[in-house]
Write a protein that binds this ligand. Structure first.
Ligand code: FE2
Length: 273
């Protein structure tokens, strides 16, 4: 976009609320009471983590869309597709160019977009109130077969996931992912708010279950005892296995990258134009 047109658009945005003309990422009301995760995750953490931390990612991403990302052709891009552009290249003439050309915009999409996407996955598709679901009853047959193929057993999956999550240095996430190249599940980690489907990672894979191991996710209740938090997540019956199964089915069918901002069963993210 020409600098003069970009400046005109920025001025117009200041003069009138132009947010209505762009994707505006909003947080839906959680589909459960935040008190229902005791004793595994305390109410204060659930509340602050969603209404403060997650909201901040949405606010900062929306701000970036209207500032550093203007002219990048991203204004109407759904979140799941936006995140995949980080670190990715696209053909431009005879060579490859960065999918997000502006470095500040890419940084914002990586950190704020990644943060919003990861937390959306965590809160809206990976968590269920304590005791509401269990693996044997609520995980699909297809997912349980895939777990058995990849890990041998669910107990081995949990042991590997626990070790991996505990080993994240600093802030980051542990993931159960589907790798479309091998067509198998595996466990991986990403630093900060990166996601395995960003173009930063080869091969790209699609997260179906994530655990936030930033200190803000557990410090009020567990302080330095991250291992206890991980154990509560894996053994406290707070995983939404129906949601994980649905994400797995989407990933296997090649639909996961095309999801419109994870518009799935519970609390879909709304994209307003
Ligand atoms: Fe978090």
């Amino acid at each position: 976009m020409a600098p003069r047109l970009l400046l005109a658009l920025a001025v117009a945005c200041l003069a009138a609320d132009c947010r209505a003309h762009f994707v505006n990422f909003t947080l839906p009301t959680l589909p459960y009471a935040t008190t229902l995760f005791e004793p595994n995750i305390d109410n204060a953490t659930m509340t602050i983590h969603y209404t403060k931390h997650t909201q901040t990612y949405a606010t900062k991403l929306n701000d970036a869309i209207l500032t550093t990302c203007l002219g990048q052709g991203l204004a109407l891009t759904p979140l799941s597709q936006l995140v995949q552009k980080v670190g990715a290249s696209v053909p431009c003439g005879a060579k490859l160019c960065k999918a997000i050309r502006n470095a500040d915009c890419e940084k914002a999409v990586r950190n704020q977009g990644g943060g919003l996407f990861n937390h959306g996955l965590f809160f809206l598709h990976n968590l269920a109130p304590t005791g509401a679901q269990d693996y044997e009853t609520h995980a699909s047959r297809a997912l349980r077969d895939a777990v058995k193929q990849a890990f041998g057993s669910y107990d081995t999956l949990k042991a590997n996931f626990s070790t991996t999550a505990a080993g994240v240095f600093g802030s980051g996430w542990a993931w159960l992912v589907y790798n479309p190249a091998t067509r198998k599940l595996s466990i991986t980690t990403t630093p900060n708010q990166d996601n395995p489907m960003m173009g930063l990672f080869t091969p790209r894979s699609y997260a179906i279950l994530g655990l936030d191991v930033w200190e803000h996710a557990y410090y009020i209740k567990y302080q330095n005892r991250r291992a206890d938090y991980i154990t509560a997540f894996l053994n406290g019956k707070i995983i939404n296995w129906q949601g994980v199964s649905l994400l797995y089915a989407k990933a296997v069918n090649g639909q996961y990258p095309n999801l419109n901002v994870l518009d799935l069963q519970q609390g879909p993210w709304r994209v307003m134009s």
